[in-house]
Ligand binder design. Structure first.
Ligand code: GDP
Ligand code: IMO
Ligand code: MG
Length: 432
């Protein structure tokens, strides 16, 4: 049995991490976000009600579980407060001690969003960011210009840092992006002081808290955002997000050491989707892609954009197995594939007559890759009520077996619908 596990996306995001985290949260004590920001959109369907979380960990609906935003997350305090207010209104988070915010997390300011969106305009939406200011906020962290959560409670320090930042950002906004309006110090200062006041009760040393919880034998669940192929190093650079999304970053992004992690689970759809720009070898531009999008409800949880859809890509998931050290997979949305006569799975890529089985580093090389497909028989039955693997049609079982073989990774969980009970848990790492 594992005490500390990391759950990450093994594709290009939106794999269904939120659903899996919500499910596993029942068996955990602490749930931690360690990277990304409100670019994430994690959907949970609980008792027929839909929740979308952008910043708050997906364990928050379980009373008594401590939910933490770690230091590696870039936090938009306005969005965070709106999200907190939203769940409180629905009767959750009755006890404020359930939620903790790292004092070392970096803050997102309006200028980060304006810069993010302004650059997209200049680049004609090349990357297709969510426009949430994620990249510019991580840039400030790396250049040591960032303003952190702790600064919100030190008014004079905060004012000085904001003043310095505004001078730089206003210059950039007007001279580089051609923005007409300057951002003013005083209203922004006042606005963020109000946020600081409201967030104060949650702000703490979360690295210390998590370590203490681990020492006490509590179970900790790390919740990845985005996906492996959106990792700033291991993804389809530059068509990526601006953080390390891989499991290794659970340590740096929360302030614990690698020796404390027991298990890593990768979430992957039974097919592939991607939202935003960049290469996608198994993308389908036909009626099957359309069918996956409509049946699977493949529209972004953060931006509402239609997701690009395609066949399962074993090269991608094998890459994720390696760079995350995955010990098991959670396969989601198997139900969406029902009704297709034949299913295809990409086993390798062909480039200039050569077959390759490792994901290339250069996006131009990826764009030249032609998927090598293996065909498998589909199934027609609705499987959204299946409670165990044995209840799945033989063709669906063969499909899963083949995914296990191709990824050389055991399947721990199979999800056949958005609801909690539409899940087959073959192996629960937090239990056995
Ligand atoms: P995340 O970002 O990885 O948490 O994934 P999203 O929430 O962005 O997208 C996954 C979508 O699929 C959400 O709308 C979920 O409610 C839904 N979902 C998750 N698992 C399943 C499943 O097994 N079957 C179906 N049909 N929908 C699912
Ligand atoms: P979850 O956690 C899918 C994509 C954007 C864009 C690229 C960079 O819900 O899986 P950014 O705003 O991060 O600078 O955008 O990354 N992207 C996601 N795609 N799921 C996500 O999160 C994503 N977060 C960012 O579409 O292509
Ligand atoms: Mg999502």
């Amino acid at each position: 049995m594992a005490q500390v596990i990391v759950v990450i996306g093994a594709q290009w995001g939106d794999e269904g991490k939120g659903k899996i985290i919500d499910l596993l949260a029942e068996y955990a004590d602490v749930i931690v976000r360690f990277q990304g920001g409100s670019n994430a959109g994690h959907t949970l369907v609980v008792n027929g009600e839909k929740f979308v979380f952008h910043l708050i960990p997906s364990g928050i609906l379980h009373q008594g579980k401590r939910c933490i935003i770690g230091n590696g997350v870039v936090v938009d305090p306005k969005e965070l407060l709106e999200e907190l207010a939203g769940i409180k209104k629905k009767g959750y988070l009755k006890d404020d001690s359930q939620f903790l915010l790292s004092e070392e997390a970096h803050l997102i300011f309006p200028y980060h969003k304006i810069i993010d969106q302004g650059r997209e305009r200049i680049n004609s939406g090349k990357i297709g960011t969510t426009g949430k200011g994620i990249g510019p906020a991580y840039e400030d962290r790396a250049s040591r210009d960032g303003i952190r959560v702790i600064d919100l409670v030190e008014e004079e320090v905060f004012r000085r840092k904001l003043e310095e930042n505004l001078a730089q950002k206003n210059y950039y906004l007007s001279h580089v992006l051609g923005e007409k309006n300057e951002l003013e110090l005083e209203p922004l200062y006042q606005e963020y002081m109000r946020y600081g006041e409201k967030l104060r009760k949650y702000i703490t040393n979360t690295s210390l808290f998590i370590s203490q919880q681990i020492q006490e034998g509590k179970k900790v669940l790390f919740e990845g955002a985005q996906g492996t192929l959106l990792d700033v190093d291991h993804g389809t650079y530059p068509y990526v997000t601006s953080s390390n999304t891989v499991a290794g970053n659970a340590c740096a992004g929360s302030g614990i050491g690698p020796t404390q992690i027991d298990e890593v689970v990768g979430v992957t759809k039974a097919y592939t989707t991607r939202v935003g720009g960049g290469p996608f070898p198994t993308e389908l531009h036909d009626e099957i892609g359309e069918m996956l999008r409509e049946k699977g409800g493949e529209y972004g949880a953060t931006t509402g954009r239609p997701r690009r859809c395609g066949w399962f890509d074993a090269v991608v998931v094998r890459h994720a197995v390696r760079v995350n050290g995955l010990g098991g997979l959670a396969i989601t949305k198997l139900d969406t594939l029902a009704g297709l006569k034949t299913l295809k799975v990409c086993t390798a890529y062909e480039v200039q007559g050569q077959e390759i089985t490792e994901f290339p580093a250069s996006v131009d090389a990826v764009a030249r890759c032609q998927p090598v497909y293996e065909e498998l028989e589909g199934w027609q039955e609705d499987i959204s009520g299946a409670q165990e693997i044995a209840q799945l049609p033989a063709a669906a079982q063969r499909y899963l077996n083949r995914l296990e073989e191709l990824t050389q990774t055991p399947i721990h969980i199979v999800s056949v619908g958005a609801q909690r009970d539409q899940t087959i848990i073959h192996h629960n790492p937090l239990v056995n």
